[in-house]
Design a protein around this ligand. Sequence first.
Ligand SMILES: *[C@@H]1O[C@H](CO)[C@@H](O)[C@H](O)[C@H]1NC(C)=O
Ligand SMILES: *[C@@H]1O[C@H](CO)[C@@H](O)[C@H](O)[C@H]1NC(C)=O
Ligand SMILES: *[C@@H]1O[C@H](CO)[C@@H](O)[C@H](O)[C@H]1NC(C)=O
Length: 647
Amino acid sequence: MLKTVVLIFCINVAVESFYLPGLAPVNYCKKDEPLDGCKSEVKLFVNRLNTDESVIPYEYHHFDFCLPVNNEKSPVENLGQVVFGERIRPSPYEIEFMKNETCKVVCHKKYSGDKYADNLQLSMLRKGISLKYQHHWIVDNMPITTCYDKDDCRTGFPMGCFSRNGRHNCLEDVGRENANYIYNHVNLTITYHSGAHEEWGSKFHENGGRIISVKVIPRSIDYKGHNCSQFETEPLAIPNDNLKPGETFDIIYTYSITFVQDDHVKWSSRWDYILESIPHTNIQWFSILNSLVIVVFLSGMVAMILLRTLHKDIARYNQIDNGEDAQEEFGWKLVHGDVFRPPRKGMLLSVLLGSGVQVFFMTLVTLAFACLGFLSPANRGALMTCAMVLYVLLGSPAGYISARIYKSFGGEKWKSNVLLTSMLATGIVFGLFFIMNLVLWAKDSSAAVPFSTLIGLLALWWLVSVPLTFIGAFFGFRKRALEHPVRTNQIPRLIPEQSVYTKPIPSIIMGGVLPFGCIFIQLFFILKSIWSSQMYYMFGFLFLVFIILVITCAETTILLCYFHLCAEDYHWWWRSYMTSGFTAVYLFLYCCHYFFTKLQIEDAASAFLYFGYTIIMVFLFNLLTGTIGFFACFWFIRKIYSVVKVD
Ligand SMILES: *[C@@H]1O[C@H](CO)[C@@H](O)[C@H](O)[C@H]1NC(C)=O
Ligand SMILES: *[C@@H]1O[C@H](CO)[C@@H](O)[C@H](O)[C@H]1NC(C)=O
Ligand SMILES: *[C@@H]1O[C@H](CO)[C@@H](O)[C@H](O)[C@H]1NC(C)=O
């Protein structure tokens, strides 16, 4: 009995205390009841604003909202947050735990037509509202949400709303035609879990708790002749034209706070209401099922070929060799003297494969971590930081693989090989990133990475990744070149005329279809989380889909490779890379489709950025899938030629 109790207690403690650094629960209590280790001040942070209609996010300070009075420091952000444009700043909103507030004024902004700068600020607000920019505020490491319905809570809330041509997108009824209304009042409802049943004991029941959720109802209130405790208020429209000299315009920003106790929701499951309102579990299962069908179909084909045809082939080949009349050879055995003939542009291929291995292991490990819950949404930017750090550290395998492959091609220029492995892929990604950063700088966007971070990234690349690649390459070159199971003839065979299906280009185009078919539903959610700031958290699914992708890429390539060899076409090195790598082209087409149907981006800079980021993604994806296909095919060919007897 006692043992059971102790065990349960231990498990409880283990579960309750197993939080990552920075993600431990914070205990709050009333100001006039100070307790050990608990805070009474609830900090509200503001993040950058973004929108579906542009890919350019802006910092809170870009717009003329209220600023904190005292110079508080911004919280420290990790690399992933900085590189991907999050900018968390302190805010002027003061919240005291368990103290309700009604219509507290934050600041009073006055604009006058005499000042050019004031008109500029107003037009910025107008533009932000009409492009539907969204605030993203953070309290106790949780995003503030707006609930449009009981089960439909989304992170963030719009900075305003507008009516145009008789229609409006405001939360309440507004009358006027063609106007932009600013949400200058926020009504925050903070739900907390009282600490009564936990380690605090009953003493703190009345006075303390942990924050469960923060929901906001934004309102636009014209304070001329109204106050915010009235229900019937006029919304505050920002003048459509610039103020004329002598004219003035005022915005008073206010907020209300209501603390509500709710002991039903546990602190550890407080994210659920945000994550569950993303309605796609069914679709996820459908997508997994869809991919599984493809995998089963492909695996069936591969199994049939490998087990039956191949088996028969091998048995026949070996029989002929033993046999009385040395019959003519046929099928894939014919090209045994050419399959391992080094490809043209072997340098480039080996470099791409090295980088592909780097991307592959980065993805695999990041997804595994995410799957285990180490990179939860509460741990902001952790996913990207993890991916970047892994990429840098995985320089060694890249150098090693690239060197070994290059050496097996009989390459001699090992210096160029190492340099290219460490520079080419990373250089392309960094170069594109840098160009896009210039555009963001020009647009004064918060996504522009500060110069110091750029230097930091360069340092990571040059001082960590490059040396690691050199070390890997050193070991790769020191090893003996890979032994091939069959010898290569002096004179290359002539390749017979191919039918349409076994011509390189049609088969490469076909090759990408199935792997893409496995991922496209998942892709939709990923794109949505990148461009519409919807949270992505189904890493379990994603990991599964990744495994399925690897299997399909490998199987498709092996299958097509077998057909080609049977047709006596032995140029498989590049083709195996291209066959599965072509999935990236489909990815690109899908991103274009997404751009034109799901986003309402109109300005050129946004479109440029969208396609810039897309190209980086497509390039990395090409490295990933191409490498999977190549190594699958490489393994397959070595396997089959090592079992047939050749002279
Ligand atoms: C705050 O307001 C809510 C809702 O009106 C009420 O239930 C709660 O008791 C109030 N809290 C305090 C500390 O006054
Ligand atoms: C804020 O919202 C809550 C919940 O909807 C409501 O009960 C409260 O009256 C609102 N407060 C103000 C000042 O509008
Ligand atoms: C708000 O307006 C109503 C009616 O005009 C008035 O009775 C009330 O005292 C006002 N409240 C505040 C806080 O000014």
